[in-house]
Design a protein around this ligand. Structure first.
Ligand SMILES: NC(=O)c1ccc[n+]([C@@H]2O[C@H](COP(=O)([O-])OP(=O)(O)OC[C@H]3O[C@@H](n4cnc5c(N)ncnc54)[C@H](OP(=O)(O)O)[C@@H]3O)[C@@H](O)[C@H]2O)c1
Length: 302
């Protein structure tokens, strides 16, 4: 596989790069990319997703594109300007990426484009396989538009998989790092009553699943989550147990709303996401179980 990766400098990117053979990297900041992931990358090329298609030589020899770039949804309080950045970096950015592919005479065969479980919105107890309908809130609308831009590459003869990614758990960043402080201080606990379903995946499984999407011929949506969905309360207990800390102090919605603004609502959404396509296409998870996943991430190296 000769790959190209956008958004490679983020949380997932380096884990994916390690499984690839020095792929081409598109980044807004080549100097920063060189210092962060230069040892894992081949050519590093400047590209700002908002400004237009990547340069003509970016896709030379590339057969597989992994598109991860996008403004973080978990930072800040979702001001109107930030919501615009969250949306444009994905919708306009993906449109420009596909325009770049369209300009090539020899095109990549496959595009694996990140999406998110936010596609489904807040769905209570409903089991959500890839055929479920989308939600109607801000993130759902962003994900629908983002996927549509990626799927436009089909008309160019490119196979497109959209990886509806759950909460990615790993060390050195992401959602788990933000949760650790209150737990370590003994003030961890469920979000609200903790009954909401929480779609999660270990970062190592996620990187392997993106590769699987490319190599196993996945076409269309792919729920990129663990095969053992769990409620926020069960996750909270598993995290408290791994950290040997109490975990029964519930975090009320109103408090988190003050801290995180509109983003707080996402933390209380219930999404019982089932990775049917991954399972039926034979993907084998290394970390299907939350206790094993948290131990691998948090236990000090022997
Ligand atoms: N982590 C999760 O829990 C999670 C859950 C669901 C979905 N996802 C999706 O999976 C993808 C990868 O996740 P991640 O956690 O690795 O993402 P990340 O660390 O937040 O960011 C990935 C990269 O996107 C680029 N980027 C950041 N802001 C941008 C902007 N305003 N415009 C254009 N590019 C921008 C940056 O690359 P450069 O600076 O090098 O250009 C950054 O390193 C994202 O699209 C994310 O939405 C992640």
């Amino acid at each position: 596989m000769t790959a190209l990766v956008t958004g490679a400098t983020g949380f997932l990117g380096p884990r994916l790069l390690r499984l690839l053979d020095r792929p081409v990297v598109l980044t807004r900041n080549p100097d920063r990319a060189r210092s962060r992931i230069g040892h894992l990358a081949g050519r590093i090329i400047a590209w700002d997703p908002l400004q237009g298609p990547p340069g003509a030589t970016a896709f030379d020899g590339v057969d597989t594109v992994f598109h991860l770039a996008g403004e973080s949804v978990a930072e800040g309080r979702w001001s109107a300007a930030q919501k615009q950045r969250i949306r444009d970096s994905r919708v306009v950015g993906t449109r420009h990426l596909v325009q770049g592919i369209a300009q090539m005479s020899s095109r990549p065969a496959t595009l694996v484009s990140a999406s998110a479980v936010g596609y489904y919105g807040n769905r209570g107890e409903e089991e959500l396989t890839e055929s479920a309908t989308p939600g109607h809130d801000f993130l759902a609308e962003v994900c629908v538009a983002w996927e549509q831009e990626a799927l436009a590459a089909r008309s160019l003869g490119v196979r497109v998989a959209t990886a509806r990614t759950g909460i990615v758990l790993g060390s050195g960043g992401g959602a788990l790092e933000r949760m650790l402080l209150p737990f370590r201080l003994g003030a961890g606990g469920p979000l609200g009553n903790g009954r909401q379903w929480m779609p999660w995946i270990h970062v190592a499984d996620l990187a392997r699943l993106y590769i699987h999407a490319a190599t196993a011929g996945i076409d269309g949506p792919l729920n990129a989550v663990s095969p053992e969905p769990l409620r926020n309360l069960e996750f909270t207990r598993a995290l408290g147990k791994q950290l040997h800390r109490p975990a029964f102090m519930p975090a009320p919605y109103i408090g988190l709303r003050v801290l995180f603004g509109e983003f707080a609502r996402v933390l209380f959404d219930s999404q019982r996401v089932i990775p049917r396509v991954a399972i039926e296409s034979g993907f084998v998870y290394q970390y299907p179980d939350i206790a094993v996943a948290l131990k691998a991430i948090l236990a000090p190296a022997a």
